[in-house]
Design a protein around this ligand. Sequence first.
Ligand code: HEM
Length: 121
Amino acid sequence: MNLIPLSFAVLLIIAVGILFRKNRKIHIPVMLLAFVCDMSLVLYIEFSRKAVEQVISGLPSALLAFHVATSLIVVLLYLALIISGVQIVKGKTNRLLWHRQLATAFLIGRMINFVTSLYIN
Ligand code: HEM
């Protein structure tokens, strides 16, 4: 199954969430939707193609190893964004800078993830 259109659709959802980053009522549900979609994609790929096992056990191409590593980092950044986002909602406004910096790293990682996915067969 070609998952690239789905992955691109999640990028569009993330773009909407960024456009509405100052509007919590829109930003938070949209980003959580992107998270659920991306986790479903990652789990589907892992169970259908054993992506992590291919990297650990075989001799993966450098690109596949890089792509899988980037994907794992993106998952960790999602979790850090959710944690820092919840802290901001609870009133710890000093977490905003942290959230923004994590978001920058996340966006770079998610775009690298998409671009590298185009070159993996
Ligand atoms: C991929 C996930 C996410 C990304 C890329 C992201 C990105 C951002 C960015 C760039 C801002 C603006 C920061 C600033 O103006 O300095 C922001 C604000 C915020 N984010 Fe997120 N975010 C994500 C997920 C979440 C989640 C899951 C939550 C809550 C659980 C959350 C809660 C907030 C809050 C409360 C603000 C402050 C909004 C305001 O200005 O009042 N974010 N986010």
